[in-house]
Design a protein around this ligand. Structure first.
Ligand code: FPP
Length: 235
């Protein structure tokens, strides 16, 4: 029998917290609380399975358009998550990186992120990326601006620009592109997530709502990935 392949990098769009809570006659914020607890469980499950990189979409550049009370609760939750993450990253030997436009986040949060990234940088377990105030197009525009600066300073000629150079200016610099992208809750959209990095990635969509997505569901996604014939250099 052919050996089961474990994807090196899994990217997840966490979706369905609100509907999960609604089904239980609870406020949407209750769904976000459960959803953020589930992130920790999935980090552990992923690493136990042999996945080396996990990237989750926690807050998009679009999410600011939600009602202020919901945005405030999510921000509070993310703040307390980042605080707890200092401990859990140490305990689980996890290296944490935040991707997205950090300058658009509250200052307090930026400080927490800097501390977390710095303190977890030497950890050798799971590489865990959290997308916060993240949008794929925004990430590409920020990368292009950095290259344009180099051109302006005459450190670079426009015709010397390569795909690798652009990749090297993205927030995911140094991280291999995802092998598998999972979106929960039945939506079949990319929602501006890692649009450059997902060019050759396998997609797995499931109706399961994010707070219910457990280790078994992750196994199912990896099984699906194994059923696919990855053709390098193909289409
Ligand atoms: C997805 O469900 C929820 C979000 C994208 C918002 C915030 C995410 C969390 C609180 C998860 C926490 C992440 C970390 C890293 C701690 P939804 O509200 O879009 O659900 P719906 O589609 O059912 O309304």
């Amino acid at each position: 029998m052919e050996e089961r392949k474990i994807p090196q990098h899994v990217a997840i769009i966490l979706d369905g917290n609100g509907r999960w809570a609604k089904k239980r006659m609870m406020p949407r914020t209750y769904g976000h609380v459960q959803g953020s607890k589930n992130v920790e469980s999935i980090c552990k499950a992923a690493y136990d399975m042999g996945i080396s990189y996990l990237t989750v979409y926690a807050f998009s550049t679009e999410n600011w358009k939600r009602p202020k009370s919901e945005v405030d609760t999510i921000m509070q939750l993310l703040n307390s998550y980042l605080k707890d993450c200092l401990e859990t990253s140490k305990k689980n030997n996890m290296q944490v990186r935040v991707i997205g436009d950090k300058t658009g986040l509250p200052e307090e949060m930026q400080k927490k992120i800097a501390e977390l990234e710095e303190k977890s940088a030497g950890n050798t377990g799971l590489h865990f990326q959290v997308a916060l105030n993240y949008g794929g197009r925004d990430e590409i525009v920020r990368a292009v601006k950095k290259l344009a600066e180099k051109v302006k300073k005459e450190e670079l000629q426009p015709d010397e620009i390569t795909e690798e150079m652009l990749s090297g200016e993205l927030d995911t610099k140094g991280i291999p592109d995802p092998d598998l992208m999972i979106r929960t809750s039945g939506e079949l959209r990319l929602s501006n997530y890692l649009i450059w990095q997902l060019a050759y990635t396998e997609f797995y969509f499931t109706d399961v709502l994010w707070p219910d997505f457990d280790a078994k569901e992750l196994e199912k996604a990896v099984d699906y990935y194994n059923g696919r014939d990855r053709r390098f250099g193909g289409i």
